[in-house]
Design a protein around this ligand. Structure first.
Ligand SMILES: Cc1cc2nc3c(=O)[nH]c(=O)nc-3n(C[C@H](O)[C@H](O)[C@H](O)COP(=O)(O)OP(=O)(O)OC[C@H]3O[C@@H](n4cnc5c(N)ncnc54)[C@H](O)[C@@H]3O)c2cc1C
Length: 431
């Protein structure tokens, strides 16, 4: 069993980007991929919308990304992760080979898999004429009659690729209009060998050992059409949530929900790329998500260390939850962090710099009552008593603080009697 700061699950563009940033930050990181790095772009022919590369094959881009991350020292293991659970503030990763590893933070970049049509023959002929990847299988179909199913970008991109090999290509879509970008539609549908069939659905795929025909319902009429290959691109099913024992928030289609820092509802677990609920599923968005996720995970791991020190008696899972909800704020020297009389709404933990605490005396004059530095916290009195702030706290130097909101603070206090006692004792000396 190995212990890591961060474990990245999935080595597509998102995982490799998270890995690159982790390696450059010198973190104790590992990337696991079940099949080998590169992800979905290995199955993509030409990529023409990744900035800096006017036209590059998916395989070449994947290789460049992997080389880049490993050049900076990313540790990669080709091994599937089968389960992720929490033990205190650590995540436990169970691997396909039966081993386990632990990490403080997990970045989920597992992408997804193609949706099946669910028609008779599809499963039976998978790999025998039925395919979900033109780039992988197209070359086996030189001079063949083919069908591509779907109306989105993937179907059209893959269809274009298939025109290099087939002699006939049916484009089958259940609606009469396509979702694919106009430029892709123009390119594919203007090719002579291409015959669109819409609105049309495949009812069955059949043949003797290999695909030889498909039954298509074309505008209400069922026709048997001879084909050698059926390439299906009708959607995508995200992966990820099935790995978790505890509930991980997801949308109705199974995409993992995150905030803008890529945090999931599980402390220390982030999601990036195609497995995450968002508008676009592209390489650009995958690498952007992953950058944010890794940078926030790095911060979370630091916050976890502070939180462990600050609240040594709180259960580790509560410490992890608190750390995952902390925000970092920075103040310039002389800035007011807390104003006497203001509502008490958060707790502050100093990570850098010093603050000075003052209180207004009976004569109306402000007097210094305390000075605090790294490792100290303030703001607990008002949170414990429900009263407004009883002192002003100003930055004596540039200051960095971690901030815990009222609800998280309350959970911490309730989590253990020792933590509550400790906070109350400190508060007592500051009333
Ligand atoms: C046909 C097609 C054409 C496309 N064309 C373009 C294009 O031109 N431009 C563009 O920007 N985007 C394109 N895309 C989309 C692009 O490929 C994805 O947005 C991108 O690959 C997402 O990256 P990712 O890292 O999130 O996931 P993926 O690339 O899907 O990588 C996920 C990785 O996780 C691994 N994995 C999954 N489960 C586990 C597990 N349990 N344990 C360990 N590893 C696991 C998988 O093996 C895989 O390597 C295309 C997609 C398709 C299907």
């Amino acid at each position: 069993m190995a212990e890591f700061d961060v474990a990245i699950i999935g080595g597509g563009p998102a995982g490799l980007t998270a890995g690159l940033y982790a390696a450059r930050a010198n973190m104790n990181a590992v990337l696991f991929d079940a099949k080998g790095v590169g992800g979905e772009i290995l199955n993509t022919d030409l990529i023409e919308d990744y900035p800096g590369f006017a036209s590059i094959t998916g395989r070449e881009l994947a290789e460049k990304m992997a080389e880049h991350a490993t050049k900076f020292g990313l540790k990669v293991e080709i091994q599937g992760v089968t389960k992720v659970s929490s033990d205190g503030d650590r995540k436990i990763l169970e691997m396909a080979d039966g081993t386990t590893h632990t990490a403080a933070a997990v970045i989920l970049t597992v992408g997804g898999e193609p949706i099946k049509l669910g028609v008779p023959g599809e499963e039976e002929f998978n790999g025998k004429g039925v395919s979900y990847c033109a780039v992988c299988d197209g070359a086996f179909f030189k001079g063949a009659d083919l069908a591509v199913v779907g109306g989105g970008d993937s179907a059209f991109q893959e269809g274009l690729f298939l025109t290099r090999f087939g002699k006939k290509l049916y484009v089958i879509h259940r609606r009469s209009t396509y979702r694919a970008q106009a430029i892709l539609q123009e390119r594919l549908l203007s090719i002579d060998m291409v015959e669109p069939l819409t609105p049309a659905t495949i009812k069955e795929i059949g043949g003797e050992n290999i695909v030889q025909w498909m039954d298509v319902d074309h505008d209400g009429v069922i026709k048997r059409i001879p084909v050698d290959g059926v390439f299906i691109f009708v959607g995508f099913k995200p992966l990820g949530r099935e790995l978790f024992e505890e509930h991980i928030d997801h949308d109705k289609d199974g995409y993992i929900l995150t905030d803008s820092n890529m945090r999931t509802n599980i402390p220390g677990v982030y999601a990036a790329g195609d497995c995450r609920a968002q508008l676009a599923r592209q390489i650009t968005t995958a690498v952007g998500d992953a950058t944010t996720a890794l940078l926030h995970a790095e911060r979370y791991i630091e916050e976890l260390k502070h939180a462990r020190k600050m609240f040594p008696n709180a259960p580790r899972e509560v410490v992890a939850m608190s750390a995952s909800r902390m925000d970092t704020l920075r103040f310039a020297a002389d800035a007011t962090i807390i104003a006497e009389g203001a509502a008490a709404d958060r707790l502050y933990v100093i990570t850098q710099g010093r603050v000075v605490v003052t209180r207004t005396g009976a004569d109306g004059a402000e007097a210094e009552i305390n000075r605090l530095g790294p490792g100290d916290y303030f703001g607990e009195v008002g949170l414990l008593t429900g009263a407004s702030r009883n002192a002003t706290v100003k930055a004596a130097t540039p200051v960095e603080v971690l901030v815990l909101n009222k609800d998280t603070f309350a959970t911490l206090v309730q989590s253990s009697q020792a933590t509550a006692n400790e906070l109350r004792m400190v508060a007592e000396t500051r009333r």
